[in-house]
Structures are given as C-alpha cells and as structure tokens.
Design a protein around this ligand. Structure first.
Ligand SMILES: *Cc1c(COP(=O)(O)O)cnc(C)c1O
Length: 472
C-alpha cells in the first residue's frame, strides 16, 4: 500500500465510521453470534499472494461487523461504558499514524510533556492537592498492580525485588469484599497471595468498608506476627458501586503507616462534578495512589487509565530500572517508563487533550450529571413494575434490581433481553443473590434511550413468563 492509497482508505474509513455511529441504534447492542461462527468464515491459512484492500474491507463488513458487540451503542447499559468520544478517536488516529514509542522523554518529548500536563489538568479537575503527580497506564489493573508491588517493596524495606519474598513472612493487604477482581490478581502476581488479601465486610447503603473490622484485622495480624503492608479503598465498586469512607480508612492507614491505594476506576470520572465530592470524595487527599479510568465514563477511548501518586518515589523505587541502553544524558527529565511495568508506551495523553479541549470540562460534566439523573429516574420507573425489587439504590449512575423469581429467572431475563438486542445489560451478585445491574454512562445516550429500557424490560419479562404483552 502506498501513501496515496493510505489517504484514500483513511478517508473512506472515516466516512464509514461516521455512518456507523449515526446508525448504531438500528443494530442489536450485543453481538447475536454463536461461538465459532466468525472463525469458521476465515481461511484456515494465511494468503501467500497479496489481496486487494477492497476485498479486505468488504470482508471486514461482512464477517467481522456482525460479530461485534457495540460498546458505543447509546443503549449499552452493561458492565461500565467504554466511551470513545469522536475527538478522542481522531487523536488516536494521529497517534496511530505517527506511531511513536514514548518510553523515555527523548523518544518523544511532546508525549511526555503533554502527559505531564494532562495528568495535572485531571488532578485539578478531580480537586486533588497540588503535590500529586501521576502517569497514564493502559488499565486500572496495571495501576493497581504497580501500587500493590509498591506496598510490598515498602513493607520489606525495598528488599523484595532483590531477595525475593522467601522468609519474609506474610505481607497483608486489606480491602472490602466489594473490590474488583483486578485487586485479587494484583495480590497473586505481586507474591502477596490470595490468602493474605484480607477482604472485610461492608456497612450501610454505600457498602462502605467496616473500619472497626479493619482495625481488628490489622491488630490480629500484628499479634500473629504478620506484616500489614497496605490498604485498598474503593470509590464506586464494579458490582453495585460500593464506596468506602475515604477519610476513616485513611486514618487507620496512617495509624499503622500503611501504603494506600484508591480504586476509583469507574467513579473517578464523576468527580469532575464538585457536587459528588461530599458523598464520594471526602478524605481523598492523602491517598498514596489513586487510579481512575478516563477510558470508562469520561470519553477518552481505551486504553487510558490515570494513576495519581502523592509521592512518586516509592513507586519509582519499586519499578525503576535503568540498563545502559536506556540511559539518557543531559538535563533531568521524566521518563515515564520508569513509573510502570511495561517499557513500551503509547502516546495516550493526546486523546485527553483533544477530548477536554473539544468539550470543555463543562461539556463532560453535563453528560455525567444527565446520566446520574436518568439512572435515578429509570430506577424509580422499574420500582413501579409489579414484583420488581430494587436491590441496590443508585450510586451515581449504577443500581441493581431483581424481577420476581429465582436466581435462574434473573439470568433468564438478562439473556432474553440481550438476545432481543434493543438494550444490553449484565448480571451481578449481591449478598449471595443474583441481581441485574444497570448503569447509565454511554457518551451519546439520551433520556429516551434510558427510559425505553423500562418498557423493554417489562415487555421481555412478560414474554418469557407467558404473560400478556401490554401495549405501551
Ligand atoms: C473496570 C474496573 C477495574 C478494571 O479496569 P481495567 O482498566 O479494565 O483494568 C478496576 N476497578 C473497578 C472499580 C472497575 O470498575
């Protein structure tokens, strides 16, 4: 392919993209394919002779697209949204085209410096103190692993990397039972071990970590000769939005000199709206590490996860390695690959710059406020359907509910809704029961998209239960 062809195809693909997004509502949200159906349409072996781009593009539409679940569909209510605002997509096209490896300052100074400024813009947007710096990671999972490794190294006097963990006893990390599975995996991979990730009960409407249980657990561990290493708090857990009392947890951490990491992967985006701070952000200042994903609610497309650090030094002490071939000379500069586990880095900051400039924080705030408002309205509408039960009240824009019947009936309804295709939602678990999660967060969704879900849910529920379908 020469560069004239590249320009022609680039234009055609941009046209295709605009058309795709303008007609998304006509497609089923979740892919309606069976396992193996897509693979069966691909040749078993690669072609020896070159093929025309026309043929490749035609197969993309015919074979690949029917097997895609449409994450940018305005009626995507499953998991959490993975928003990709148009300016962020355009920035990614530029980044893809320049295709730089941004591991060191000198391997692309602009990437490093824009990243530094974007982290600081977001720090201000989230109202964190001025002394926080940070880094853009691929995912919250990576940021959390970095923080747990830092907990480990700090608790072992920075000897773990050199000596290994043998003979060092049990390092203990504390969190609530509502943490995301990425916290478990970080404990596995960091050599802490699942058994030393102490999951504690929660209390109240927001499912906040019980700090009395936290204190007790730490005291018991110290008596048993274990080494408490850190605490992981959450703002906006994945299941039902569990949110800890950040100030109370931090106080316990300070009393025992423990490293703290806050997982705000989803809800962090909503903290650009000051009105949510009283309920969800009080006490945040002081956490050693905080992660939030602009690639979820905010609109910077995947991958884009911000890890703020109160003091970068402990994480640098944990992860920085400088072989001769990576050494740079001259003025002191920031080399972000020293802050993270992977060496290679994409230029992720550009899409944040495009996004924030094209919408302004106000434009992004309006979307988030609408989503929270509409989630509340829909929750009240579902509450009115006979036999339906709200199992967790909205936390920001996430709530859960049950239809009448058993756990199997919940799954039946979720599957039938997703087979229908007009909306997409997923199940979760709460207090040992299956619940149906509903989150509002897709960048282009409207109030009508959200409220339509009420009618679709009742209609499909009646259908699978052999009840008469009401006329809406
Ligand atoms: C989505 C999510 C994660 C994982 O995020 P990745 O960026 O996919 O690793 C972690 N914690 C919470 C609360 C989440 O919602």
């Amino acid at each position: 392919m020469d560069w004239d062809d590249f320009a022609r195809w680039g234009g055609r693909i941009a046209e295709w993209g605009a058309q795709y997004h303008k007609t998304l509502r006509e497609r089923p949200v979740r892919a309606q394919t069976r396992p193996g159906e897509i693979a069966a349409q691909l040749p078993v072996s690669p072609p020896d002779a070159p093929e025309a781009m026309d043929a490749v593009m035609a197969d993309f539409e015919a074979i690949v697209m029917p097997g895609m679940t449409h994450w940018q569909h305005p009626r995507f209510f499953a998991y959490f949204a993975a928003n990709a605002a148009p300016p962020s997509m355009l920035a990614e096209q530029l980044v893809n085209t320049v295709a730089a490896q941004c591991m060191l300052w000198q391997t692309s100074p602009a990437a490093t410096e824009v990243e530094g400024v974007m982290v600081d813009w977001l720090r201000q947007a989230l109202n964190l103190p001025q002394d926080y710096t940070g880094v853009i990671q691929d995912s919250a999972s990576s940021a959390t692993l970095s923080a747990v490794l830092t907990m480990r190294e700090r608790a072992t006097g920075y000897t773990g990397n050199r000596e290994g963990l043998s003979g060092k006893g049990a390092l203990r990390v504390y969190c609530s039972e509502h943490v995301h599975s990425s916290i478990d995996r970080a404990a596995w991979v960091a050599g802490i071990g699942q058994d030393n990730l102490v999951k504690l009960p929660t209390k109240g409407e927001r499912f906040a970590l019980d700090v009395v249980a936290l204190e007790d657990a730490i005291a018991r561990d110290i008596t048993a000769g274990h080494t408490p290493a850190g605490i992981i708090a959450i703002t906006g857990g994945t299941g039902v939005g569990a949110s800890d009392d950040l100030g109370a947890v931090l106080e316990v951490a300070k009393a025992h000199d423990l490293y703290t990491h806050l997982d705000a992967a989803w809800a962090g985006s909503a903290m650009i709206c000051p009105e949510f701070h009283a309920d969800f952000w009080n006490g945040v200042a002081g956490y050693d590490s905080i992660v939030f994903n602009p690639h979820k609610w905010l609109g910077a497309q995947f991958d884009c996860s911000i890890q703020f650090l109160r003091d970068a030094q402990p994480q640098l002490n944990t992860l920085k390695i400088e072989p001769e071939y990576l050494r740079t000379t001259g003025d002191a500069v920031t080399n972000y690959s020293e802050w993270t586990i992977p060496l290679g880095r994409r230029f992720r900051a550009l899409k944040i710059w495009f996004l924030i400039r094209c919408y302004g924080l106000d434009g992004l705030r309006t979307r988030i406020r609408n989503h929270v408002q509409w989630a509340g309205e829909l929750c009240d509408a579902l509450r009115e359907i006979e036999g339906f039960e709200i199992t967790s009240e909205p936390i920001l824009s996430l709530f859960s509910f049950r239809c009448p019947g058993s756990d199997a009936d919940q799954q039946r309804l979720v599957d039938a809704l997703n087979d229908d295709g007009r909306i997409y939602l997923t199940q979760g678990a709460l207090n040992g029961r299956k619940v149906i999660r509903f989150q509002v967060g897709q960048f282009d969704c409207t109030r009508d998209d959200v409220m339509m879900a009420r009618d679709v849910i009742e209609e499909i529920w009646r259908q699978i239960n052999g009840r008469k379908v009401k006329n809406f």
